[in-house]
Design a protein around this ligand. Sequence first.
Ligand code: 5GP
Length: 110
Amino acid sequence: MPTLFTRIIDREIPADIVYEDEHVVAFRDIQPQAPVHVLIVPRTEIAGLASLPEEGDHRHLLNAAKVIAEQLGLTNGYRLVINQGADGGQTIDHLHAHLLGGRALEWPPG
Ligand code: 5GP
């Protein structure tokens, strides 16, 4: 079964896609936690950060985050978050990073 995010990537489920390249697709979170809340998802179905292969070029996600932040005008800063597993609060088992910005974010997170 394809993941929910693969179905969004394949345009089977609608989403507000803000960026895509050959490696990642990024779309707005359905329950935004900040004025800007974008999910950056590798096209490859990797279950989570704990399943990331040791080999490979993993810069794509970070590079995309930087480009998207610039495109969305987050000149005052932003946060990139990857939730892993139950304690991390991960609910979708397809690796993704949350790009949050547009307001001052508190630290530490809950
Ligand atoms: P996680 O909790 O796994 O780190 O993040 C999953 C995120 O996916 C959540 O922030 C949740 O709001 C978002 N999400 C869940 N279902 C959908 C959906 O159908 N569309 C979009 N755009 N986001 C979703």
